[in-house]
Design a binder for this molecule. Structure first.
Ligand SMILES: [Zn+2]
Length: 441
C-alpha cells in the first residue's frame, strides 16, 4: 500500500489538477439560453510587474463567487485579462532601457512600442501564470489584453460616439504637465508632497508713481515671466485706490493691471496676488473672468521659452537667476521659509507644472448626473459612504452638477486620461487625423 506523505506538497498535486481542469475546459462558458448567465469581469491587473497579496485576495473572492454560481447551475463566466497601464508601464520600460543604456528617444516611437510589447509578453505571461497558480477558474479561452484589437476598437468606437454626441471635445485648459514624461497626467496621478520652500516677497513698481510698490509673495518666482495681472480682494480697503492702475512687471518690458477679484484672500500674505493664468489653476479661472492674456513661459521640458536673459534655462535655474536679478535691482523684499504641498507625478516623482495645453476633455456635467442622483436617493446603499467620501474630497457638487476641484472652479470638465498621442508613446493613439482635425474647429 502506498504510504501517504507526512506533509502536503502542493507542487505534486495542484499543477496536475489545474491542468486537468484546463484540459477539461471546465471554466469555459458559452451563450446558453437554457441557463441563467452570471458574469464577472476580472479587474485586469496592470502589466507593471507581478501580482501582490491584494490581487491574491481579490481574485480568490471572485473565484469563490464564480464557482458557487457555477455549482448553482448558472452559465458562469469569469472573464480574465490584463491591462496595459499606459504611463505606469511606459515608466517601467524607460527604466529598464536606461539600465541597458538605451534612451527611448533614440528608439523612435515604433522601436519603443516594440520594447513595450516585449515587456507585455514577459510580464503579462508572468501574471497569467500567477493567476493559474492561484487556481483561478477564469475562462482562459477568452483572455484579453486592453491593447488587443477588439478592446482598442471598442475604445475608439466609444471615443467617436462620445465626440459625436458632444461629450468629448478638444480645448485649451489648464492641465497637470510632467516635464520628464512629457505628458499630461490626471489629478489622480498627482501626489502632493510636503516640501520645504520659500515665499519670495517681491515689489512690483506702480507705474507713474515713483517710490510706490505693490508687494506680492510667491513660491515660484520664475512664473512672474507669465504674470498678466496682480489681483486684490475688492473689499480690501488697503488697496482700493490702486485697482485699475498699471504695474511695471520687473525683469520684463511689460506693464500689467491691478484687478479686483473675490478669489484673493485678504488675510493671506500681503493680500496682493500675482496672476499667471497659463501656469496656475486658480489664476487660470481668474484670467477667464477678467479676460487676461495667457502667456505660456515654459517649453514642454520646463525650460523657459520667453525671449531674453532666461531663455533656454531650466525652470529651477531660471528661478535662481530671477531671484538674483530681483535682489540686484532692490526689488526683493524678503525671503521667508515656507513648507507647502507640491504636486508631483506619482510615477516619476517630478514636480508637476500646471500648464495651459490643448487636450481632449470629457464634459462631465450631464454624464455625472445619474451617479449623483443615485447617491442622493440612496440607490447605492452599499457603496454610498465610500462615494460620499470620494465626492467630498475630489468633486464639488453644485446646483449645476459636478465638477473637478482641479481647476478651482465650476468648470464641469475632466481631462481624458487617453494621453496626447504625440508625446506619450505606449498608450493607444487617438482616433483618425480627420477626427482630430475636426475637433480643432
Ligand atoms: Zn513623470
Amino acid at each position: 500500500m502506498k504510504e501517504l506523505e507526512k506533509t502536503y506538497n502542493p507542487a505534486d498535486i495542484e499543477d496536475r489538477l489545474y491542468q486537468k481542469w484546463l484540459d477539461g475546459k471546465y471554466f469555459h462558458a458559452e451563450v446558453n439560453r437554457s441557463k441563467k448567465p452570471f458574469t464577472i469581469v476580472m479587474p485586469p491587473p496592470n502589466i507593471t510587474g507581478q501580482l501582490h497579496m491584494g490581487h491574491a485576495l481579490d481574485n480568490t473572492m471572485q473565484d469563490i463567487l464564480i464557482r458557487y454560481k457555477r455549482m448553482q447551475g448558472y452559465e458562469a463566466l469569469w472573464q480574465p485579462g490584463t491591462d496595459h497601464a499606459a504611463i505606469a508601464t511606459e515608466v517601467k520600460v524607460i527604466d529598464k532601457l536606461k539600465k541597458e543604456g538605451v534612451d527611448k528617444v533614440d528608439l523612435g516611437r515604433d522601436g519603443f512600442l516594440k520594447e513595450c510589447w516585449k515587456w507585455r509578453d514577459e510580464y503579462g505571461t508572468r501574471i497569467v501564470n500567477q493567476l493559474h497558480k492561484l487556481g483561478s477558474s477564469a475562462d482562459w479561452d477568452r483572455e484579453r489584453f486592453t491593447m488587443d484589437h477588439g478592446c482598442s476598437d471598442a475604445v475608439l468606437e466609444v471615443f467617436v460616439k462620445l465626440y459625436e454626441k458632444g461629450y468629448i471635445y478638444k480645448g485649451s485648459r489648464i492641465i497637470n504637465w510632467c516635464p520628464v514624461c512629457q505628458t499630461s497626467i490626471s489629478d489622480a496621478e498627482v501626489e502632493h508632497v510636503e516640501q520645504n520652500g520659500f515665499f519670495w516677497h517681491i515689489n512690483y513698481p506702480v507705474v507713474g508713481e515713483p517710490g510706490r510698490f505693490v508687494e506680492i509673495a510667491t513660491t515660484r518666482p520664475e512664473t512672474m515671466l507669465g504674470d498678466t495681472a496682480v489681483a486684490v480682494n475688492p473689499e480690501d480697503e488697503r488697496y482700493q485706490d490702486i485697482v485699475g492702475k498699471m504695474l511695471k512687471l520687473p525683469l520684463t518690458d511689460r506693464e500689467i493691471p491691478v484687478i479686483a477679484d473675490p478669489y484673493v484672500d485678504k488675510e493671506f500674505g500681503t493680500g496682493c496676488v500675482k496672476i499667471t493664468p497659463a501656469h496656475d489653476p486658480n489664476d487660470f479661472e481668474v484670467g477667464k473672468r477678467h479676460n487676461l492674456e495667457e502667456i505660456i513661459i515654459l517649453n514642454d521640458d520646463a525650460t523657459v521659452n520667453v525671449p531674453g536673459p532666461y531663455f533656454g534655462m531650466d525652470r529651477y535655474e531660471a528661478r535662481k537667476a530671477i531671484v538674483a536679478d530681483l535682489e540686484a535691482q532692490g526689488l526683493l523684499v524678503k525671503v521667508v521659509p515656507h513648507s507647502h504641498n507640491v504636486g508631483t507625478h506619482d510615477r516619476c516623482k517630478t514636480t508637476v507644472e500646471p500648464m495651459v495645453k490643448q487636450q481632449w476633455f470629457v464634459k462631465m456635467e450631464e454624464m455625472a448626473k445619474p451617479a449623483i442622483e443615485a447617491l442622493r436617493t440612496a440607490a447605492l446603499p452599499l457603496f454610498r459612504r465610500a462615494l460620499e467620501r470620494h465626492i467630498s474630497t475630489g468633486w464639488k457638487v453644485s446646483a449645476t452638477g459636478v465638477s473637478p476641484d482641479s481647476c478651482g472652479g465650476d468648470t464641469g470638465y475632466l481631462p481624458i486620461t487617453v494621453r496626447n498621442a504625440e508625446k506619450s508613446w505606449f498608450p493607444r493613439k487617438l482616433p483618425t487625423p480627420a477626427l482630430s482635425a475636426a475637433a480643432l474647429h
